[in-house]
Design a protein around this ligand. Structure first.
Ligand code: TK8
Length: 342
């Protein structure tokens, strides 16, 4: 009986204590957030899965900061291409960019490891490599270039489109003018396969295809679909010749001015965005392939035998670029892949 009376008497005090405790949990977090609008640029369009990732990340930082931090996204290269936007981050004139790793090898050469042809066999092993020690090993090299990598998102497995012919074996590439990212390893890979490889920023690709300045390009299905390449390309060959990651980069000069709470929110929300973006990317990939077929693209698979011949044909690219990527990076990557594949 006495304990019931005591509990009742204590109720108001316990209620006040829990309110104060609850407020303490939220107040310091919100108190360490300044009013900020963070500009994040992309080369793809908003209906690309990057749009889903950015939406998730935006809602997350908004919630964690009590509405003080906002992400403002610019699509379709509105703030410049991958390399141009990344340089703006390095100089502290823009906060964020979501960019392929490939155009940045001139800034951080070790990123070239992801451009080695036929490196990953599937998304599961790519996730394990990127989200584990190896991904951190590479991300830790970014601050030296005035950049902070918040997360690895998915660009995806790359496939070839062109306006001349189906490509079922490497010999079919002879003389085909293929745009590649501004990256020596992609240039070498496609030249080794016999194509006339042309480096070009992503934002110029559609017009170059439309005017036949180039015959083809290579990107994942969701990019071919959301960038409307089907309007200017007839053939799609499922080559899966490389897997490109997206980097969610923050300007280090601007990062250094953030509070620990702001950095914590951005880091955690970039991971939430990653999981959403990858989920949508994989769910949309098959739908995009079906959509491209319904829009009239002629789609061909590459047989296992011919896939193997392409793989064998470009092995020299690995040796040629070991020096520029760095032996330690290549050895770590190979060891990690061996572990992942056990
Ligand atoms: C978009 C690019 C694109 C990439 C390319 O900004 O350049 O072909 O695959 O996704 O990063």
């Amino acid at each position: 009986m006495k304990s019931t009376i005591r509990r009742r008497a204590l109720r108001p005090a316990l209620a006040a204590l829990s309110l104060a405790f609850g407020a303490a949990l939220t107040a310091p977090a919100h108190a360490q957030f300044a009013e900020r609008t963070i500009r994040v640029s992309n080369g793809v369009n908003q209906d690309h899965p990057v749009g889903n990732g950015v939406a998730k990340m935006t809602a997350c930082v908004n919630q964690r900061s009590g509405g003080k931090m906002k992400l403002q996204a610019f699509w379709g290269g509105a703030l410049g291409g991958d390399l141009q936007a990344t340089q703006a981050l390095r100089s502290g004139t823009q906060e964020m960019v979501i960019t392929s790793s490939s155009p940045l090898v001139g800034i951080v050469p070790e990123l070239g490891v992801f451009d080695l042809p036929f490196l990953f066999q599937n998304e599961a092993e790519a996730d394990k490599v990127l989200d584990g020690d190896f991904g951190k090993f590479i991300s830790d090299k970014m601050p030296g270039a005035n950049l902070v990598n918040l997360a690895w998102w998915e660009n995806g497995f790359r496939n070839l489109t062109n306006s001349r012919r189906p490509v079922g074996k490497w010999e079919d590439l002879q003389g085909v003018k293929v745009r590649v990212m501004q990256n020596n390893i992609f240039l070498d890979t496609f030249r080794t396969l016999g194509a006339n490889a042309v480096p070009m920023a992503f934002g110029e690709v559609f017009t170059a295809l439309e005017t036949r300045a180039i015959d083809g390009q290579e990107n994942p299905f969701v990019t071919i679909d959301t960038s409307k390449f089907y309007e200017v390309q007839r053939f799609l060959s499922v080559t899966r010749h490389a897997y490109t990651p997206f980097m969610v980069l923050y300007s280090k000069p601007l990062w250094d001015k953030l509070s620990n709470d702001e950095r914590g929110a951005l880091s955690a929300c970039a991971i939430e965005g990653r999981d959403e973006q990858r989920k949508v990317s994989r769910a949309l990939s098959e739908k995009s392939l079906a959509s491209l077929r319904s829009r009239g693209m002629q789609i061909n698979e590459v047989s296992q035998g011919e896939y193997r011949r392409m793989f064998d044909k470009v092995q020299g690219v690995y040796e040629k670029h070991q020096a520029s990527i760095g032996q330690e990076t290549i050895t770590r990557l190979k060891d990690t892949l061996a572990q992942v594949r056990k």
